[in-house]
Design a binder for this molecule. Sequence first.
Ligand code: IDC
Length: 507
Amino acid sequence: MKRKVLFLIFILIISIFTQAHAFSDVNRGDWYYDNVSEMTRQGYLKGYDDGSFRPSDIITNAELVSVVCRVSGLKENNSGNKHWADGMVQSALKAGFFDWDEIPPTGETYDEPINRQLSIKIVMKAFLPGRSGDYNNVSTAVRDFAKLDGRYYDSVIAAYSENVIFGDENGNLNPKSSLTRAEACAIIMRAANIKGGLTPYEPPASQTTKPITLRTGGVSENGYLSVEGTRLVNERGDTVVLHGMSSHGLQWFGNFASGNAVKAIADRGANLFRCAMYTDEGGYIADKTVKDTLIRAVDSAIGQDMYVIIDWHILSDGNPLTHAEEAEQFFAEMSARYKDSPAVIYEICNEPNGNITWNENVRPYAERIISVIRENSNGIILVGSPTWSQDLHEAAKNPLNGENLMYTCHFYAGTHTDWLRQRIAECGLPVFVSEWGTSSADGNGGVYLDEAKKWIDFMNERGISWANWSLCDKNESSAALKNNANLNDGISDDELTESGKFVFNNF
Ligand code: IDC
């Protein structure tokens, strides 16, 4: 009895504790997750009453100053002013973190967005006063250095030299624009850690290029990939095989491409995630916001140390030339955004189909998109072929020129058998199975696990990488998840369908 009571108390304490640092909108895999959790655990951050933290909201003068005061241990002054943060703003002013005119203690600007240059100064004064850096280095490294007001030179030079701040993808600091609550947490934590504060300093994980978790078989281990002969190899020239899941259409099942979802499959051993961004059927061409879902998924996968495929998922639009201009713009933007990331793989046309040929449609399209991507990145590019990416023999007669190109082959175990394996074996091309299913080609029926096993053995023998269709809970047999599977706490065996179990056992 006594034991039971103790146990219940224990559970209660644990749940209070975990509640205390679980914001509804801060998830494992989000780039700011570690900082925000640690700061919450220490009691520095308070979210909103509805349980959210609103990481992407703009931070105000009062909010930034008060978090800095809490983390740096500055006590708040007694104050007569009714504003909740006034006591802290007053003591920060007294401590010299900023000057009177920057945030007048009369309070009119307390709830206005703080700008970046001022927040950098406050953070540096609070945690790393007296640090300096080299004016010449920083003023050349920061492209928009000239936009800074002179009074912020010293703080910015020191902050940049100490790795408290970094430029954006273009090397700009945007000193007069605002910053988000998540960004503010990152700067504060970096400075506090360098000072020797909370936890040992680790180089910060940037949102788009570095993992926050290191994994066996992951990007941190293999680095940039390239193609040698028919093999995919890592930075040291060793063969690499990637295994993972494809999302379903992001316009329908974006919730299964969340940070939690991606982490859940990484925890089960996957080192690859494919983001299937449909062009038609309500996808990107009709609704550009699908791109935001895709970017979040890509960033989450990078954060989990996984390789990630950006899939331009043509399907009902069988001819890739139909949306070639949109594809050029899209891949220009993506390859610029991810130019420094070894994790990203570009799949430029999911499945060409209909009345088209390799020579007249797919090949010319591929040449256009490859040249766009190559302006920014020498990463792996996956190219489809006619008949839903099965006509490898056609591509093999007139392959593309260039490096790090692979040809996709898609199969569904209930429809495609020996003859397609034969084609892969004979084509002589580097092949990547960026989509396959245990079902029939319509995504349903079966599942056909005996045939799927033959395929797995075949791919293993040849070191062929694959992504399985699909990570979602749709009521079709190719789906890996049972209805209403909840991925917030990982994926358990009883949340997996028959297909899901088979596939996950083969990561
Ligand atoms: C299927 C989905 C299904 C959806 C259909 C049309 O499983 O729910 O209704 O697309 O959008 C592919 C395609 C892939 C298909 C899949 C199964 O790349 O989009 O998904 N498949 O039919 N090629 C061969 C099979």
